[in-house]
Design a protein around this ligand. Structure first.
Ligand SMILES: Cc1ncc(COP(=O)(O)O)c(C=O)c1O
Length: 344
């Protein structure tokens, strides 16, 4: 039986307060724009991130998809980090459904895209090239162990795009983790971008949903794409209600996940065969190295011990999240220690 699931913060369940709010939610038909709960969530999200308007979408992937399609047309080029989620983990949706060209830029080890690399990637006006329209950045950066990019770094990247006429989208799936880790308002991380998507169903622990924010004109376009993608949802306030509770109760709580991740990383740093630097853990994601080709075996053995993590070759990930107690983390670390000794 699985006692601790550390695959992702997406495995979180809604809090009792969220379940109550979902049960009691005031509803309307959101395709007509008259679900009051959805409207409240969209307004609240936009306000928190300093933008004019918001749009409730089904997932982070859909948030990124509608944001890209609303700001780049068929045949346009979109600059992305080579390690980003849009590039590597969204089934190529922007390329397939939007017919845009994704151009990957080398990401540094902290998830930052050097402005000089951004500028060098922007194509000159030449009909042999796709016109570069959009830059997409990510914060926290999942593949860089959930590193949080600072407001200054966000500005450097966004300026490199804006100075060259690009729009800038932020995949802020975990933007509140970044804000909490850096102790800054989330709006200081979104101030310089045109659009942001963030997820309710990760560390914020809602069962479903993400919100996209930006200007009113951008949101109109994003909404049109959402409709086309078949995600105009009706009495969806029943889900959005959990989002409102999350924005009130789950943001500050993210610090617990960050502390728990540090706690685990310190334990892991002592284990034979694991390479991890606890000092680099800023938020809730721990990326760690294990001996080549051993990742799947480690994950399988851990599962037998009641701890669920994703497999892989030699780069594995553990994510701290709501609903897991210190005892559970301790249990998971003891199991990992046994497994690492057994495979040595
Ligand atoms: C950085 C980032 N962006 C986007 C997503 C996509 O979110 P969803 O799984 O809700 O589609 C994820 C999911 O883990 C993510 O880590």
């Amino acid at each position: 039986m699985i006692r601790v699931d550390l695959r992702s913060d997406t495995v979180t369940h809604p809090s009792p307060e969220m379940r109550r709010a979902m049960y009691e939610a005031e509803l309307g038909d959101d395709v007509y724009g008259d679900d009051p709960t959805v409207n409240r969530l969209q307004e609240r999200a936009a306000e928190l991130l300093g933008k004019e308007a918001g749009l409730f979408v089904s997932s982070g992937t859909q948030g990124n998809l509608v944001s890209v399609l609303a700001q780049a047309q068929r045949g346009d080029e979109v600059l992305v980090g080579d390690q980003c989620h849009i590039m590597n983990s969204e089934a190529g949706g922007t390329m397939v459904l939007g017919s845009v060209v994704l151009f990957p830029i080398k990401t540094d080890e902290f998830g930052f895209l050097e402005p000089r690399l951004i500028k060098a990637a922007i194509k000159p006006r030449d009909y042999h090239k796709p016109p570069t329209r959009l830059l997409a950045i990510e914060n926290t950066h999942n593949a860089s162990s959930g590193r949080a990019l600072t407001p200054e770094q966000m500005k450097f990247m966004a300026d490199a795009g804006h100075e060259n006429g690009l729009k800038v989208h932020l995949d802020g799936a975990r933007i509140f983790n970044a804000a909490v880790a850096l102790n800054v308002p989330a709006s200081s991380l979104t101030e310089h971008v045109d659009s942001t998507t963030f997820c309710l169903s990760k560390g914020l622990s809602c069962p479903i949903g993400s919100v996209v924010v930006g200007s009113k004109d951008f949101i109109y376009e994003a909404d049109r794409w959402r409709k086309m993608l078949g995600s105009g949802m009706r009495q969806v306030g029943v889900v959005a209600a959990a989002g409102l509770v999350a924005l009130d109760t789950m943001i500050d709580r993210l610090q617990e996940d960050h502390d728990d991740a540090r706690f685990m990383a310190s334990r892991m740093a002592e284990m034979k065969g694991i390479s991890v630097d606890p000092e680099r853990i800023q938020t809730n994601i721990i990326r760690f190295g294990v001996p080549s080709h051993k990742g799947n075996e480690i994950a399988a053995r851990l599962k037998d011990e009641g701890v669920h993590i994703n497999g892989g070759d030699s780069d594995l990930r553990i994510v701290a999240h709501y609903g897991v107690s210190r005892d559970d983390y301790d249990f998971a670390m003891k199991a990992l220690d046994r497994v690492m000794k057994a495979i040595a």
